[in-house]
Design a binder for this molecule. Structure first.
Ligand code: SLC
Ligand code: ZN
Length: 597
């Protein structure tokens, strides 16, 4: 349709998108400068640019609201108008906006710079989360030491942030109301473009809970065998400090405590990487080569020149891994404090997935340079990692000997994957179930800390290693709470990534239903140009089309559906049900007693 009004509207959005692209370019340069050099001066400069951009975004939204673009006869004009009317914090008046920016950046600065004291040398208080504390949580087998680092971190990264967090809740609530949302939770949920999505998330979580209970029961049983009944009661909540990760979101670091068949040790890729003198650079080159093998773009020279891939010696940085799009000249970067180990091997691929998405949709107008469903952006890298972590692929890059696992080794491998992919689900679910309750005023401020642990216990059967009260405040001990980053995107990504994996493996001829040689858990799409074209097609759409439409073209489905995930893990699920009943392993847990009611 080329009526005069549509032509005028197209002209309007073409101009506005170019201005928006320039604003994004300027904004992300200043945020990156702060993240890669945490100084007060850089923090102030970042806030100033954010405030200026907020005014421009607000004015654009007002002009669109005053127009009839949302009723345009042209569907694309309507979509662009709707997207550009979605204001977040930008709806606040300049003073409130600055106050909110200060609250969030203060929490982020604390998270990035906090250090704790060594368990073995109490006068050394220079230990950082990455790499020192995470290394201790992954390798110590002393419950007292594990509990020490857990408490040091939560007491220093969490509790002192309570006032900033309260300010953040107050002002994001005000922003949401200015945008006619019931709450900031509803502002976050609108990015899924599906009024039914929250219900789907609840239903998906309930559907996967029985599988999680089997893993939880087995791990608790094995922890009890190792640490004894005083540390691990038979039917209790699992102390998070025993699980190898500060937040209990992934348990694979302590894998060798719970390997189903320890006599068939699953190859520790880290040991082999160290033996082969792997460098951080090599990890990124492997990821880059994987995408190129699919016929997708190589990382541009600017990536290698401008990224920050290891912790600098001479300045403070925000170590939490992140990928960056500067909306100009294919300038894409990663900032992370990489170490050569299993966890970072995964994170490198996770971040490169974001980078490939940025490169694939860069031709879109600025308003569409994003994912149509936040879960998609978090799933891309993980899909590639599913191929990379397969025995078939690890053998092909010389990191393990045996590319075809026998039944017992296959159970070990599936168990290792489940300790990240299934264990993550209650954590991801709780992070935003909790924040939604806070944002919706369903959880009273007097219960903000105990309510957090009550939900972690209810949904995941885990608890703090030490008693917690309302004098503590633990949620800001997690990066995303400090940085105002919504978290259900990761829960959704853990479901979508198996749907994407199944589609790509089918397209690559590496998966066939009921063919025991071509199963999902040993599929490796490396080198498949067919799969690469399909993935590239999917990513290049950006958010120009509704996520159900682009999902349908990519996998044939129109919903988030855990069927592919359950198919991938089925052999393990069957093994666990049989093993747990044979061992008489109790399943399930009661309310945590680590909080005062
Ligand atoms: C690596 C990133 C940056 Se988008 C991250 O935050 N992730 C990746 C997996 C889950 C989540 C986390 O660390 O909590
Ligand atoms: Zn991510």
């Amino acid at each position: 349709s080329c009526s005069a009004s549509v032509l005028e509207a197209r002209r309007f959005f073409e101009l506005e998108n170019e201005l928006l692209r320039k604003r994004y370019h300027e904004k992300f340069l200043s945020v990156y400068t702060y993240n890669t050099n945490v100084t007060e001066e850089n923090r102030q400069a970042m806030i100033e640019i954010n405030a200026r951009n907020a005014e421009f975004n607000k004015r654009l939204a007002q002009r669109i609201k005053a127009s009839d673009y949302v009723q345009s006869e042209d569907a694309d004009i309507r979509r662009q108008a709707e997207h550009l009317s979605k204001l977040g914090a930008s709806a606040l008046n300049p003073d409130d906006f600055l106050t909110l920016q200060n609250a969030i950046s203060s929490m982020q600065t604390n998270y990035a710079t906090v250090t704790v004291c060594s368990y073995t040398n109490r006068t050394d208080c220079t230990l950082t989360l990455e790499p020192h504390i995470e290394e201790r949580l992954a390798h110590s087998r002393d419950p007292a030491e594990l509990s020490w680092y857990w408490q040091q971190w939560y007491d220093k990264a969490g509790t002192p942030m309570r006032d900033h967090f309260a300010e953040y809740v107050r002002l994001t609530r005000k922003a949401a109301q200015l945008n006619d949302h019931r709450s900031y939770a509803d502002y976050w949920l609108q990015f899924y473009e599906d009024a039914d999505f929250e219900r789907q998330l609840d239903a998906t979580f309930k559907q996967l809970l029985p599988f999680y209970r089997q893993i939880h029961g087995y791990v608790r049983y094995r922890l009890r065998q190792h640490y004894g009944p005083d540390v691990m009661p038979a039917e209790g909540n699992i102390p998070i400090s025993l699980l190898g990760n500060m937040w209990g979101q992934s348990w694979s670091e302590q894998l060798d405590l719970f390997t189903p068949y320890p006599e068939k040790p699953f190859v520790d890729v880290k040991a082999e990487m160290v033996r082969q003198n792997y460098t951080v650079e090599k990890l990124f080159e492997l990821g880059d080569q994987f995408f190129q093998s699919l016929g997708m773009r190589a990382l541009p020279p600017s990536f290698w020149n401008l990224s920050v891939l290891t912790r600098p010696e001479d300045r403070q940085v925000v170590c939490h891994a992140s990928a960056w799009d500067f909306y100009q000249d294919s300038d894409v970067r990663i900032k992370m404090c990489t170490e050569v180990n299993n966890n970072y091997f995964y994170i490198v691929h996770h971040e490169l997935g974001h980078i490939q998405y940025y490169l694939e949709y860069e031709q879109q107008p600025a308003v569409y340079r994003g994912a149509p469903n936040p879960g998609f952006h978090e799933a891309v890298g993980d899909v590639i990692a599913l191929s990379v972590m397969s025995a078939r692929h690890l053998k092909s890059i010389g990191l393990i000997e045996n590319g075809r696992l026998d039944e017992k080794s296959r159970i070990n491998q599936l168990f290792k994957q489940a300790l990240t992919k299934i264990v993550f689900l209650p954590f991801g679910y709780t992070m935003d179930k909790y924040r939604h309750a806070v944002f919706r005023n369903e959880l009273d401020e007097s219960q903000w800390n105990c309510g957090f642990w009550q939900m972690r216990s209810e949904f995941g059967g885990v608890e703090p290693p030490v008693f917690r009260t309302e004098k503590d405040f633990d949620p800001p001990a997690k990066y995303h709470v400090d940085a105002d980053v919504e978290y259900l995107r990761y829960f959704a990504a853990h479901i979508f990534q198996f749907q994407f994996h199944k589609a790509l493996c089918t397209q690559a001829g590496q998966y066939a239903p009921n063919d025991s040689r071509l199963t999902l858990d040993n599929c490796d799409i490396f080198g498949s140009k067919v799969a690469g074209r399909s993935l590239s097609q999917f990513l290049s759409k950006g958010s120009s089309r509704h996520w159900k439409e682009v999902l349908q073209e990519f996998t044939g489905e129109t919903e988030m559906d855990p069927a592919a995930l359950l198919e991938y893990f089925d052999p393990l699920y069957q093994w666990l049900k049989q093993e747990n009943s044979q061992l008489g392993v109790p399943l399930g847990w009661g309310p945590t007693n680590k909080i005062s009611s």
